[in-house]
Design a protein around this ligand. Structure first.
Ligand SMILES: NC(=O)c1ccc[n+]([C@@H]2O[C@H](COP(=O)([O-])OP(=O)(O)OC[C@H]3O[C@@H](n4cnc5c(N)ncnc54)[C@H](OP(=O)(O)O)[C@@H]3O)[C@@H](O)[C@H]2O)c1
Length: 228
């Protein structure tokens, strides 16, 4: 297998939105779901996010629980998984949480649209930068590289465009959805998978393997996807 085992995790509303039309990273997870996400993060070797999520939210992507961090250390791992960003033009603020929080390995896949100066700034902050000579990052190649640097289990934390591209390219093994009991609406609010979309003939088929109904009104769904 020349790529990691890859799973997407999202929190979405009953109408399939993963944020409001304002795109400010609206809170969707319940308290219990945040714990579940923390456990998932602790189980991953690396966590991947897309360019817009990186730019707009600059997420920490760290394991919050000290006990889970300690358990990782006991297993010979770093307290936090490797953070990975996919961004065409790496123009996100270098002083933000993605770079500074958690003291872990950071990897950015970008394109030749990112200036040498920005690449050098990122490298000086300890970020490993891979530059693809293409209009967009080659996700298949990026996944191969992650495997090469030791990532066996990769968690994808959005956003909508990256999720779609990963699914479209057959790079996803599992999708976990927490569906919160609320509706955001909005034609332009992001969903689980945006991008250009597929026709009915090319739809990705999923197999529902687990359903949990939670006391907080939410539902947890787990799908697996046939491996390409
Ligand atoms: N509820 C949740 O679980 C959750 C989790 C994460 C994010 N979100 C939400 O998702 C929204 C962001 O989603 P989004 O669709 O706007 O952006 P995104 O998926 O975070 O990032 C997409 C960007 O990734 C970069 N990219 C480079 N190569 C790519 C490739 N081959 N395939 C795909 N992307 C590539 C591009 O950056 P360039 O722009 O540089 O070209 C592209 O615009 C936010 O509102 C955020 O709050 C929700």
């Amino acid at each position: 297998m020349n790529r990691p085992y890859i799973f997407i995790n999202v929190a979405m509303t009953a109408d399939g939105k993963i944020d409001t039309f304002e795109r400010k990273g609206a809170a969707i997870s319940s308290r219990r779901d945040k714990e579940r996400v923390d456990e998932l993060r602790a189980s991953a070797d690396a966590i991947l996010v897309g360019g817009n999520t990186l730019r707009d939210e600059n997420p920490k992507l760290t394991v919050k629980s000290a006990a889970r961090q300690a358990e990782r250390i006991k297993r010979g791992l770093s307290p936090n998984p490797i953070k990975v960003g996919i961004i065409t033009l790496a123009d996100f603020p270098p002083g933000g949480d993605f770079i500074t929080a958690g003291g872990t390995r950071k990897v950015i896949f970008t394109t030749n649209r990112t200036s040498n100066e920005t690449i050098e700034t990122l490298q000086s902050l300890g970020v490993e930068v891979f530059v693809h000579d293409a209009p967009r990052v080659d996700l298949t190649l990026a996944m191969r590289m992650l495997k090469k640097i030791g990532v066996e289990r990769l968690m994808v934390e959005g956003g909508a465009t990256l999720n779609f591209e990963m699914l479209r390219l057959g790079l996803v093994d599992e999708v976990m959805l927490y569906i919160a009991p609320m509706i955001f609406g909005g034609a332009n609010a992001p969903t689980l998978a945006d991008g250009l979309g597929l026709t009915r003939d090319t739809a990705i088929h999923t197999q529902l393997v687990d359903v949990e109904k939670w006391d907080d009104g939410g539902v947890l769904l787990k799908y697996i996807i046939g491996r390409n």
